[in-house]
Design a protein around this ligand. Structure first.
Ligand code: ADP
Ligand code: MG
Length: 728
């Protein structure tokens, strides 16, 4: 019987791209399934719109009458679009999205059928989603979790379901999702950043966090992927010998996109635009089979929702095109993994990007204020930022000459470094008029020109300034962007608060003028931040040594890195910025540790199973073929057979050797797992899994991959790297 692998390979060459045709302009399609902008105006009167706008701007709560009116409008719109169900859509700590659908359909008094949906159903639901990770917050007696409407992210229709973006909290009010702390961090940063902006412009009333992510992913043929239980279950290949051709020739990067992939992307984009996801860029990435999508940036909360929604959409549409999408950070050993660059900036309600220099010296000083304080914030919370991007899967990617190492540093480029050096020489206290003029003309006045030419980008830096935004590059492709953006926002909010206190002190207690105080404040903050600035090769061993001397954290695995999450300093940060309470932080720590342990446990079990029931039997089957062959040779050549069966005999022996090693490895691995499962403390258990189980995954794999090299190709059951990566 033919193996699934061989059948899939045969099918593959008959597969045609499922061309997706649409003559509609994307701009007229855009957000047609979203309840916002033009659509909302059709269904909701002006007064109501203003009221909603007010709630969104000020973050106040929505009263029942207003909620009822919006619910009625939403229902009208959703039904006109053919929706049959509604759901509170949220992002639990599993990293994915969650939904529980309810029909609009209902039966009234005397069994009258009708469609119903009111304010209470819009505002709050109790999905009884008691199986999501909560880190111990939801014990059985208080197991209820509530979802509550987030009016800052508009409702949308997906398929035939009206989706209402919500937060997810426990009965006692603790956050059980990624959105709640993100929203709080956005608010906290808005408050203090607006105060700082008011030093420069009294008209600023609100500061938004902006986010533009770049999503990397792999596409693999569905048939081939289905011959790989490891890929389906763990999201990565636990076996597989390196192909003779990988990414050495760099011939995939920015190359022409294969037809089946283009067809997929076209349908995906069509659906994404309808949902208001503003996709902008698509291209091949470095590794064969790897691609990237990036949108126009948006306000961070919306951008995060759009990323989560897109990832979900990508899976659904991929299936139609016979693809499997891999978001795992390292699906293939020896081949580049995937990241999710988070481009981050701040913008005012007056339309200014605070990380983009302006037209006047004053706006450039404002730029420097936010620029320098962001770097100071990253320095202050480097360990926590590292923790925010750490996971079992991202560990495989970081620091292996393809992604920034597990050390946080900031790249700003030569020219801006010079500006900082000039600023450091500012006099203490009041500046002379000449010095001020000189600074305004020759230092901050030059910034716009500098940035225009400043195109040298350091791809090895985990946190780089790229002209008008910072780009956090260490984020993993699978992760929910909220994790890193929440920490970044909170860190910058805390640093800005400290900065403001320093400025106020100089103004009030030392009688300084505002601009003198700001120059002094910036200069004082500059001294410390050199520690985190690094312009060299982030992949080099030299940097690791240097970073250690500078006292920067270097944690090579997730259990180590996660410790920073519950340090006194981190808890203080979360509490001061009102993003998370100590109980919530500790719960998240526990959720992350548990997830780490589970992931490795699942990989270890999957590897054991496949090695035992796919690989060892295949080795034996081929060995039997060889044995038959040797027997035949003996019949023909009698005592002389040895001379003719030399290679076969060696192969028989080698196969036995590998089988023995694989079997022994699995036995010891299972026993070790049993022992480690007795460990009570989650952190110790996670560390033990990292140190004692992971090595088995490498060792057992080594022998399996050696078998792949010698066994008859027709017998091998698992799609090979060369097939998974190159066949489309
Ligand atoms: P690359 O990093 O690949 O060279 P770009 O620099 O053109 O690409 O931009 C990458 C991402 O940066 C895009 O997703 C874009 O939306 C985002 N971006 C651009 N400006 C901002 C901003 N002010 N705030 C947040 N994200 C931004
Ligand atoms: Mg980028």
């Amino acid at each position: 019987m033919k193996s699934l692998r061989k059948k899939s390979l045969e099918n593959l060459f008959n597969k045609q791209p499922q061309f997706f045709e649409s003559s509609e302009k994307y701009s007229s399609l855009y957000a047609s399934n979203v309840f916002s902008g033009r659509t909302m105006e059709e269904y909701v009167n002006r007064d109501l719109l203003n009221e909603v706008e007010n709630v969104i701007q000020k973050g106040t709560t929505i009263g029942r009458p207003l909620a009822d009116q919006i619910a009625t409008a939403l229902k009208g719109w959703a039904l006109s679009k053919g929706a049959t169900h509604y759901t509170h859509w949220f992002q639990p700590l599993t990293g994915g999205t969650a939904e529980k659908h309810d029909a609009f359909f209902d039966l009234y008094n005397s069994g009258n059928p009708m469609e119903s949906f009111d304010g209470s159903q819009l505002v709050q639901q109790e999905p009884d989603a008691s199986s999501f990770p909560s880190g111990g917050i939801r014990n059985t007696f208080e197991a209820r979790g509530y979802t509550a409407w987030d009016p800052t992210s508009p409702a949308f229709i997906f398929g035939k379901t009206l989706c209402i973006p919500t937060i997810f909290v426990s009965y006692t009010g603790e956050a059980l999702d990624y959105k709640t702390p993100l929203l709080k961090s956005i608010q906290s940063l808005d408050n203090i950043a607006t105060d700082i902006c008011n030093y420069f412009d009294k008209n600023v009333r609100k500061v938004n966090t902006t986010l533009g992510w770049e999503q990397e992913f792999f596409l693999v043929d569905k048939g081939l992927a289905s011959s790989r239980p490891d890929l389906i279950i763990t999201g990565r290949t636990l076996f597989g010998h390196q192909p003779s051709k990988g990414q050495q020739l760099d011939d995939h990067y920015f190359g022409s996109i294969p037809p089946r992939v283009i067809s997929y992307l076209q349908e995906l984009e069509f659906e994404a635009y309808k949902l208001g996801i503003p996709l902008k860029t698509r291209h091949n990435e470095v590794a064969p089979g790897q691609f990237e999508l990036a949108p126009v940036f948006e306000e961070a909360n919306l951008s995060v929702d759009h990323n989560s929604l897109l990832m979900d959409l990508m899976h659904k549409i991929a299936s139609k095109h016979d693809f499997v999408v891999l978001f795992h950070e390292k699906p293939f050993e020896g081949i580049n993994g995937s990241g999710k660059h988070n481009n981050w900036s701040l913008s005012t309600d007056t339309g200014l990007n605070l990380l983009s220099p302006g037209k006047t010296p004053m706006s450039n000083l404002q730029f420097l204020t936010f620029f320098i304080n962001t770097i100071a914030a990253v320095l202050s919370q480097e360990a926590l930022l590292q923790a925010s991007i750490s996971s079992a899967s991202n560990d495989h990617r970081l620091g292996s000459n393809e992604a920034p190492p597990a050390i946080l540093s900031v790249f700003i480029g030569k020219e801006l470094t010079k500006v900082l050096v000039d600023l450091e020489n500012v006099s203490k206290g009041k500046l002379s008029p000449e010095e001020k003029t000189d600074l305004k003309l020759n230092v901050i006045g030059k910034i716009p020109e500098i940035l225009l030419d400043n195109t040298d980008r350091n791809r090895t830096s985990p946190f780089a300034f790229t002209g008008n935004k910072f780009e956090f590059r260490a984020v993993g492709s699978k992760s929910n962007c909220s994790k890193s953006i929440t920490v970044l926002n909170a860190s910058v909010a805390q640093q800005l608060k400290k900065f403001r206190q320093e400025i106020e002190f100089m103004i009030e207690k030392k009688g300084m003028r505002k601009d003198d105080a700001i120059f002094n404040g910036l200069r004082d903050n500059l001294k410390g931040i050199k520690k985190i600035l690094f312009e060299g090769d982030g992949y080099s061993d030299e940097w690791k040594k240097k970073a250690k001397q500078r006292g920067l954290s270097f944690n090579s695995n997730t259990p180590q890195a996660l410790r920073a999450l519950v340090s006194k300093k981190s808890i203080l940060l979360f509490e001061q910025t009102q993003v998370l309470t100590e109980r919530e932080v500790k719960a998240r720590y526990s959720v992350d540790l548990k997830e780490y342990i589970m992931r490795i446990q699942i990989e270890s079990r999957t590897l054991g199973d496949i090695a035992r029931n796919h690989i060892i039997p295949t080795g034996i089957k081929y060995q039997n073929v060889l044995i038959e062959n040797v027997k035949g040779l003996k019949e023909i050549y009698g005592d002389q057979y040895h001379e003719h069966a030399e290679v076969q005999l060696k192969l028989i022996e080698r196969i036995s050797g590998h089988i023995k090693e694989i079997n022994q490895g699995i036995l010891t691995m299972v026993n070790t797992r049993k022992k480690l499962n007795e460990i009570d403390k989650e952190h110790d258990k996670a560390s033990a899994y990292c140190e004692q189980i992971l090595p088995f995954l490498f060792d057992i794999r080594y022998h399996c991959d050696k078998l792949e090299l010698v066994v008859d190709d027709n017998l091998w059951p698992l799609a090979k790297y060369r097939e998974l990566l190159f066949c489309r």
